[in-house]
Design a protein around this ligand. Structure first.
Ligand SMILES: [Fe+2]
Length: 259
């Protein structure tokens, strides 16, 4: 299976506490990743940049919840120390290792809050990660209970790696995807805080835009071979935390910047 959920996989209380910190950062407008201005109703992350558009950032954050589809926490592993135990969690590592049958390295860790408003983040549209590269595995960890379409679940299309809609592009509209695949192929993945969704990055997927309430998610991308120039913005980790990682699991942090 390319996209499946493991229930009660992580400690709900730890995740709740992380969520409380995220709530506080967003309320105070602190420790947020620079927020790019929306262009044509849409926010494109730097790593998905396809055109060399000028980079403009939002400077007035007073109406953040209305002015941007989403925000990210800056340096999550430094600003939320409890996150380190989740990211280097033994069960998570073992699941990815078994799934991969190789030693995984973390490509990035993101905590993202999506707001219910009129703007779209690129991840709200159907896409393949990194143009469908094969090695990528993703752990999606909801920091809310997501039980309805309105809550903004992660969604994927089974077998869309073998049966690719196109090799030319990596982003597709709902209509294009609905026309190409049959309805049963669509899979919104519901879950509660503590459940983890494991997915391949080379299948077609998206985060459905929440319409009912804000939605917060922790996403960890794993890869086997990361070229040093692929990740522009390396995840920072304290050297104290680096030393605490058991020897057999240090590969997880090979792509991180130890400070
Ligand atoms: Fe993605």
């Amino acid at each position: 299976m390319h996209c499946y959920v493991k229930e009660n996989f992580l400690d709900r209380d730890v995740l709740k506490s992380i969520k409380t910190t995220v709530d506080w950062f967003i309320e105070e407008r602190i420790n947020l990743y620079p927020i790019r201005k929306v262009i044509d109703g849409r926010l494109v992350s730097l790593e998905y940049e396809e055109h060399n558009q000028p980079i403009e950032y939002l400077t007035d954050l007073s109406n953040l919840e209305q002015d941007t589809p989403s925000v990210r926490i800056e340096n999550p592993l430094l600003n939320i120390p409890e996150l380190v135990d989740v990211v280097f969690n033994k069960d998570l590592y073992n699941e990815i290792k078994t799934n991969f049958q190789l030693i995984p390295t973390i490509e990035y860790v993101k905590i993202v809050r999506h707001f219910p408003n009129k703007y779209l983040n690129m991840v709200n549209e159907w896409h393949y990660d990194n143009f469908g590269e094969k090695g990528i595995r993703v752990a999606v960890i909801y920091l809310d209970d997501i039980q309805n379409i309105e809550d903004g679940p992660y969604a994927c299309v089974e077998n869309s790696d073998k049966n690719k809609i196109s090799n030319e592009r990596s982003i597709f509209s709902d209509n294009e995807v609905e026309d190409y695949y049959n309805k049963e192929a669509f899979k919104p993945v519901f879950g509660n805080m503590g459940d983890v969704i494991f997915s391949k990055g080379n299948i077609l997927h998206k985060s459905i835009k929440p319409s009912a309430k804000e939605r917060t998610v922790l996403i960890i991308n794993f890869e086997t071979n990361i070229s040093p120039d692929r990740t522009k913005d390396k995840i920072k980790l304290n050297w104290q935390d680096w030393y605490k990682i058991p020897v057999g699991k240090k590969e997880l942090a090979y792509n991180m910047e130890i400070i």
